[in-house]
Ligand binder design. Structure first.
Ligand code: FES
Length: 106
């Protein structure tokens, strides 16, 4: 488990980049927490800097969009999914479970 931040420090509509074995982006949207690989699968952009809309994040560089629930790209230019990670909140702290990586699935 990797500590992301206090839940109070990640309000709805915000994201945070967490450094684990790879950078991970954690999003708080629509009352849920989601964690995905932070690096876009198209080129080297940080998805935590992207635009959040519902359960989707738009890459800030070329505007590919990813579904936070399963990591799948929803439009070009990204063709490959990002990995997703379970998120756990314990005692008000957000943790990312990097032992249970989920490859993107349709
Ligand atoms: S780097 Fe993300 S769409 Fe190009």
């Amino acid at each position: 488990m990797i500590r992301a931040c206090d839940l109070a420090d990640l309000p709805e509509g915000e994201s945070v980049r967490v450094l684990g074995h790879v950078p991970i982006a954690v999003f708080h949207t629509e009352g849920q927490l989601y964690a995905i690989d932070d690096t876009c699968t198209h080129q080297d952009a940080s998805l935590s800097d992207g635009w959040l809309e519902g359960c989707f994040v738009e890459c800030p560089l070329h505007e590919a969009s990813f579904d936070l629930r399963n990591g799948m790209p929803t439009c070009l230019p990204a063709k490959r999914p990002v990995r997703t990670y379970p998120v756990v909140v314990t005692d008000g702290v957000i943790y990312v479970d990097t032992t249970n990586i989920r490859e993107g699935v349709a």
